[in-house]
Design a protein around this ligand. Structure first.
Ligand code: DC
Length: 219
């Protein structure tokens, strides 16, 4: 019997990271933060002086990444045994991830690795193309969205809480630019799967979004 998969896609700041983590906790399922993989591929490239625009070079690194997600909720990220969880969360790391994620060969290099996260009793997969490309047969697909302003404010709060300084206007500008790159790329662009349930989260609390997701899953 195939392992149940719940996909949560959407732009950065739509709340998918938080919602995916909490849903995985409530369901007792595994969690795949696919964005972290692109962030790590970019970090690995920068550390080895591989240009982010060198698609083949980054893909080679991505294919051999030594990454593990550990901790109770599988949110602590180890690269070659080093905890890079905080390092990969900066805006700069997100920007670099978006650049390497636009290379089709890099996406191919990470495909099987991502699919192997579908382990019993189930998987919550968070990303941009979880429902469209990586897990097209997922039982439930959700697409979270919110305005660029609301997403910028959420990001701004998150960064401040982590002690990473930020400028709100700049963040909103960067979010718009990143959306454009993620949505316009020819391979696996950010878009809702035809069979995804769309939830506009701008005026919802995290708890309200969770309730809606669980209802969609029949829980
Ligand atoms: O979700 P995130 O902000 O951690 O993602 C960082 C970047 O990685 C994002 O700008 C686009 C890319 N990404 C992707 O192309 N496909 C995914 N499944 C997840 C992330």
């Amino acid at each position: 019997m195939s392992v149940p998969v719940l996909t949560i896609d959407g732009p950065s700041g739509s709340g998918k990271g938080t919602v995916a983590r909490l849903l995985a906790q409530r369901l007792g399922w595994h969690l795949l933060d696919s964005g972290a993989l692109y962030r790590i591929a970019a970090l690995a490239a920068q550390r080895r002086d591989v240009d982010l625009n060198d698609a083949a070079g980054v893909a080679e690194l991505a294919a051999h990444l030594n990454v593990r997600f550990v901790g109770e909720d599988e949110t602590c990220v180890l690269l070659d045994g080093e905890d890079v969880s905080l390092l990969i969360r900066s805006e700069q790391a997100g920007e670099a991830a978006s650049v390497v994620a636009a290379h089709p060969v890099v996406r191919d290099a990470l495909l099987d690795f991502q699919r192997r996260f579908a382990q019993a009793p189930g998987l919550v997969a968070d990303g941009r193309d979880m429902g469209t490309v990586v897990f097209p047969d997922a039982q439930v697909k959700i697409y979270l969205d919110a305005s660029a302003e609301v997403r910028g404010e959420r990001r701004y709060k998150q960064l401040n809480e982590k002690g990473l300084g930020a400028n709100l206007a700049q963040i909103i500008h960067d979010i718009r630019r990143r959306d454009e790159r993620d949505m316009q790329r020819p391979v696996a662009p950010l878009k809702a799967a035809d069979d995804a349930h769309r939830i506009e989260t701008s005026f919802l609390t995290v708890e309200q979004v969770l309730t809606e997701c669980l209802t969609l899953m029949g829980v």
